[in-house]
Write a protein that binds this ligand. Structure first.
Ligand code: C5P
Length: 224
């Protein structure tokens, strides 16, 4: 039906931060709210897609529609994404921690007078790049985000090529726009046409509107 153009399609969305353990009681993380990712999962489900939302720890209620899979670390997020395949479209909106702690302590680290512990970090998997790799399980459409404070479009074009995804939604996170933790976003879509340099600039929209617009754009792209 015209109001459910994604009926019969499968979608995957990542959202929120990840939490990387240091020991059984401590972790490294970031300030991602999950607002944009959750809104995208809800919008895809509203258009009829059978949607899996893989989310790190957030303070948001589960959106209506998607199946919600809760994870903590980047490695858990990647495993949950793989388990959700195959899908026709994947949208990576999570703020995945770039690093995890190598050799997580099995017991709570103690102040034993020997000075602060040294944390050794290891690189986390890049979920967007992993999902974008060519292969039988690759979604037809893989969408990533780029948050930049300068040379927005230029860096987003480079990021799209580096990650191997189809579309990048670039947003300006420099101070005046208030994107971080806020409720609105100014998006520049890269990769939405045959010209990899072409930029489709959207007006300032609420995160809910960005999600609806992206979901409609995805439905158009997947066709019937
Ligand atoms: O490299 P950068 O973090 O700027 O790229 C942002 C995009 O990559 C977002 O779509 C984010 O969800 C995704 N990403 C990911 N796994 C990572 C790092 C980023 O999926 N480890």
């Amino acid at each position: 039906a015209a109001d459910r153009p994604l009926a019969g399609r499968r979608a995957l969305v990542t959202s929120g931060p990840t939490r990387e353990p240091i020991d059984p009681v401590r972790y490294l993380s970031n300030h991602s709210s999950g607002k944009q990712g959750h809104a995208i999962a809800a919008a895809l489900a509203a258009l009829g897609a059978e949607t899996t939302l893989v989310t790190g720890p957030v303070a948001l209620a589960d959106p209506p529609g998607p199946r919600v899979v809760r994870v903590e670390s980047a490695e858990e997020m990647l495993a949950a994404c793989r388990a959700a395949l195959p899908v026709e479209v994947a949208v990576c909106a999570a703020a995945v921690a770039d690093w995890r702690v190598a050799g997580v302590a099995g017991q709570k680290l103690k102040k034993d007078g020997g000075g602060p512990p040294r944390l050794e970090l290891a690189e986390n998997p890049d979920i967007l790049a992993t999902l974008s790799k060519p292969g039988p399980q690759r979604p037809r459409l893989v969408v990533g985000f780029a948050a930049e404070t300068e040379r927005l479009v230029e860096q987003a074009i480079a990021k799209r090529a580096r990650k191997g995804c189809d579309w990048i939604l670039a947003n300006d996170v420099s101070a005046p726009t208030g994107t971080f933790g806020g409720d609105s976003n100014r998006i520049h879509l890269i990769g939405g046409s045959d010209d990899p340099q072409a930029v489709e600039s959207w007006p300032v929209l609420s995160k809910t509107e960005v999600a609806r617009r992206l979901a409609r754009r995805i439905a158009e792209s997947l066709g019937d």
